[in-house]
Ligand binder design. Structure first.
Ligand code: HEM
Length: 437
C-alpha cells in the first residue's frame, strides 16, 4: 500500500500541482524518458525501474504516472477521469500566449474540438457520427484495396539495393489509405507528411520552442486546407467520409463547422503517423530478433496464415507500441491504487510500460510472436479506445503477410537506425534495409 501524500492546493495553477514527497531519482528516470535522446531511444529499462519502485508515482512535476497494465487500463476506463477541457484555455494562453502568429486563442482551440479532446456528451455525439466508417466489417471490405496497394508499393522495391522502409512503405501505405477514405486528392497528401509530423509535436510532453511555432503553423495549414476541401466537397460531393460528414452537418444540427474540420484533421493525422510507426517499429523488432523471425516464417508456412499473422502483429504492437503515452485528468478527488489524486491532476498512463508489465504479460521483454495473452494497451481503452484500431490492424496484417511472403530475406543496413525525437508517438526517421526475393 502506497503511503498517502499531503496534497498541495492545485487551484492556484491549473494542471501543475507538484507532490512534495516525490523521489528525485524517480523524477530523473521519467525526465530521461521524456527529455533525452537515450531515454527516448530505450525507454523500457527506465519504465521497468519506475514500475518496480512505484507503479503509481506522484511526481514532482505534479503528474501521477502509471506504469502497470491494471492501473493504466482502469484510469482509461474510469468516468471520474477524462479529457482536460476545463483549464484548456488558461493552459494554452500560458503556453502559447507569447507567440504573435495567432490572432486569437479561439484559433488555437479549433483543433481541440475533435473527439480525441472531448468528454461526453460531445465526445459521444461526434464519435457516433464517424464510427460507422471504421467498424471491423467496413474495414474488412477495404482489405482487397489494401492488398493491392501494398503489392504496388512492394513492386517498386529493387531487390538487392538499400530501401528506406519508412519512405517506401511505412508512410505511403497508411497515408494513401486514410486519404482515400476521407476523400483527399492523391496529389495533395504527400506534402502533408512533414506538416502532420510537425503538428503532432503538440502531443508530446515536452515541445522545444522552435518546434512549437512550427507545430502551430502546421495546425493552421491543415485547417486552411480542410476548410477549402470542405467547400469543394460541398459543391461536388463524392463517395467519401468527408462528403458523408458534410451531409450530416447540413441535414441536422449535430455537427458544427469547426467540429467537422477538427474531426477530419484528427482522422487524417491519426491515420498517418501511428500506423507508419507500427510498420517501422514492427519490422525493426522482427529484424533485430532473427530467431523469432525464422520461427514466424516457419509457422506461416505450416499454420493458418491469417491467425499466425494476426498474433504476430498483436505482439509487435505490444513490444514497441507506436503510442507510448496517454493520460487523463481527474475530475474529482480520487485514489489510484491507494495513491491520492486531487481533482485537476493529470494522470499519465504509460502504455509502452503497461505493455511490458510482468504482472500481465509473461517474460514481457521477450518478443514472442506466438504470444496469446490478450490485447496490449497500444490502442488505449475505454471510451477513447482507438477508432482506427481495426484499420491499423488490417494494414499491419497485410503489410507483414505480403512482406514475408514476397521477400525470403530482409536484412538491416547499418547500426541502429535513427529514432525520431518523440516519445508519445514513437517511431523511426529512417529504416534502411535490403530485400532479397
Ligand atoms: C497502430 C496504429 C494506431 C495506434 C497505436 C493508435 C493508438 C491510439 C490511441 C492510444 C488512442 C487513444 C487516445 C486517447 O486515449 O486519448 C487512439 C485514438 C484514436 N485513434 Fe488511433 N491509433 C492507431 C491508428 C489509427 C488510425 C489508422 C486511425 C484512423 C483514422 C486512428 C484514429 C483514431 C481516432 C479518431 C482516435 C480518437 C478516438 C476517441 O477519442 O474516441 N488511429 N489511437
Amino acid at each position: 500500500m502506497t503511503e498517502a501524500v499531503p496534497l498541495p492546493d492545485h487551484r492556484a495553477a491549473p494542471g501543475i500541482h507538484p507532490f512534495p514527497s516525490a523521489d528525485p531519482s524517480l523524477d530523473a528516470l521519467f525526465a530521461e524518458v521524456i527529455g533525452t535522446p537515450e531515454g527516448r531511444r530505450d525507454p523500457y529499462g527506465r519504465y521497468r525501474a519506475l514500475r518496480e519502485a512505484a507503479p503509481v508515482y506522484a511526481s514532482s512535476m505534479g503528474l501521477v504516472i502509471c506504469t502497470r497494465y491494471e492501473e493504466c487500463q482502469s484510469v482509461l476506463r474510469d468516468p471520474r477521469l477524462g479529457k482536460d477541457e476545463g483549464s484548456r484555455e488558461e493552459r494554452i494562453e500560458a503556453r502559447f500566449g507569447h507567440l504573435e502568429i495567432f490572432p486569437s486563442i479561439e484559433e488555437l482551440l479549433s483543433d481541440r474540438r475533435s473527439l480525441l479532446f472531448l468528454n461526453p456528451p460531445d465526445h459521444t455525439r461526434l464519435r457516433s457520427l464517424v464510427s460507422k466508417a471504421f467498424t471491423p466489417r467496413r474495414i474488412e471490405q477495404l482489405r482487397p484495396e489494401i492488398v493491392g496497394l501494398v503489392d504496388r508499393l512492394l513492386d517498386r522495391i529493387e531487390p538487392g539495393s538499400v530501401t528506406d522502409v519508412m519512405d517506401a512503405l511505412a508512410f505511403p501505405l497508411p497515408a494513401n489509405v486514410i486519404s482515400h477514405m476521407i476523400g483527399v486528392p492523391e496529389e495533395d497528401w504527400p506534402r502533408f507528411r512533414t506538416v502532420v509530423s510537425q503538428a503532432t509535436a503538440l502531443l508530446e510532453p515536452i515541445v522545444p520552442e522552435e518546434e512549437l511555432e512550427a507545430a502551430l503553423h502546421a495546425q493552421l495549414e491543415l485547417e486552411r486546407y480542410f476548410e477549402q476541401l470542405v467547400a469543394t466537397r460541398r459543391r461536388q460531393p463524392g463517395d467519401d467520409l468527408l462528403s458523408g460528414l458534410i451531409a450530416v452537418q447540413e441535414g441536422s444540427d449535430r455537427l458544427s463547422e469547426i467540429e467537422l474540420i477538427s474531426t477530419v484533421i484528427l482522422l487524417f493525422g491519426a491515420g498517418f503517423e501511428t500506423t507508419t510507426n507500427l510498420i517501422g517499429n514492427g519490422l525493426y523488432a522482427l529484424l533485430t530478433h532473427p530467431e523469432e523471425l525464422t520461427r514466424l516464417r516457419r509457422r506461416l508456412g505450416t499454420g493458418d496464415r491469417a491467425t499466425v499473422v494476426r498474433s504476430a502483429v498483436e505482439e509487435l504492437l505490444r513490444f514497441d507500441s507506436p503510442v507510448q503515452f496517454d493520460g487523463r485528468q481527474a475530475f474529482e478527488d480520487l485514489e489510484v491504487a491507494g495513491v491520492p489524486v486531487r481533482a485537476g491532476t493529470e494522470v499519465v498512463t504509460v502504455l509502452g510500460a503497461a505493455n511490458r508489465d510482468p504482472g500481465h504479460f509473461s517474460d514481457p521483454d521477450r518478443l514472442d510472436l506466438a504470444r496469446d495473452e490478450g490485447p496490449p494497451l497500444s490502442f488505449a481503452s475505454g471510451i477513447h479506445y482507438c477508432l482506427g484500431a481495426s484499420l491499423a490492424r488490417a494494414e499491419g496484417h497485410v503489410v507483414f503477410d505480403r512482406l514475408l511472403e514476397r521477400f525470403p530475406d530482409i536484412a538491416l543496413v547499418g547500426e541502429e537506425p535513427e529514432w525520431r525525437p518523440r516519445i508519445t508517438l514513437r517511431g523511426l526517421n529512417r529504416l534502411p534495409v535490403v530485400f532479397s526475393g
